[in-house]
Design a protein around this ligand. Structure first.
Ligand SMILES: Cc1ncc(CN)c(N)n1
Length: 235
């Protein structure tokens, strides 16, 4: 029977799957907020060289994330889901990439020049993790792989904005406002809803695989901050 024809029979007493996934890596989740790159991004003391490094790497990352969303459209026959994944493709290109290109302009780089920078090692490892699951994984696996991307950025954005409300001349104000926005929140919320709806149809082995995937993406998200903080290089 397909997902669409099953009744949704959630066990109301049990935390939702998305909450169980996050609970499984709670301390690493908290450490995202405390990473020196994140702290300095929030209070505006992050050296511009680190931010530039981050934005250029993230522009490359977003291209691969866009492709991941595009693959997601092939894993469902539900039109609402197809449309939403299509919207994520467009928003990643138009909203997030536009933010990056505006910062790129500040560094004197055109969008085309931004793509000539090679991927740093962590980025080079993280993006195939997403794309492999996008191509050979199931839709719950894909949703799980991309969930930390959306959820961590929204939480980091809100956490930083609440900790130090950015002054009008804060150098990273646009970044903070983008990721703390209700529009960005809705990405993570939607992915979680879709994943949680599928939870009753997963067996123990399938759920264990989702924990593994979620932890790996969460680890890569932490490593991504660390990569930019250390301006990671190839040997
Ligand atoms: C590495 C990374 N992860 C997540 C996001 C938010 N889409 C991002 N821009 N970059």
């Amino acid at each position: 029977m397909s997902f669409e024809t099953h009744p949704y029979t959630a066990d109301m007493a049990r935390p939702r799957l998305s909450e169980r996934l996050r609970e499984g890596c709670r301390s690493l989740w908290q450490r995202q907020m405390e990473h020196p790159f994140v702290v300095a991004l929030g209070n505006g003391t992050l050296p511009s060289a680190n931010f530039q490094f981050y934005i250029l790497q993230d522009a490359l990352f977003l291209d691969e994330l866009t492709k991941t969303f595009a693959y997601a459209t092939t894993k469902t026959t539900n039109h609402e889901e197809m449309e939403q994944f299509g919207t994520f493709v467009l928003n990643t290109l138009l909203v997030e990439a536009d933010l990056h290109h505006r910062y790129g302009e500040r560094f004197g780089l055109s969008p085309a020049e931004m793509t000539t920078i090679p991927m740093a090692p962590t980025n080079y490892a993280y993006t195939p993790h997403l794309l492999t699951i996008a191509t050979v994984g199931t839709l719950p696996e894909l949703l799980t792989a991309i969930l930390p991307c959306a959820w961590i950025y929204a939480e980091v954005g809100h956490h930083l904005l609440d900790t130090v409300p950015p002054a009008p001349d804060h150098p990273y104000r646009d970044w903070l406002l983008t990721y703390a926005s209700p529009d960005f929140d809705s990405v993570g919320t939607w992915i979680r809803e879709r994943l949680d709806q599928r939870a009753p149809f997963l067996n123990a082995q399938e759920e264990a695989r989702l924990h593994e995937i979620f932890l790996t993406s969460t680890r890569y998200e932490w490593l991504f901050w660390d990569m930019a903080w250390k301006m990671e290089e190839w040997p």
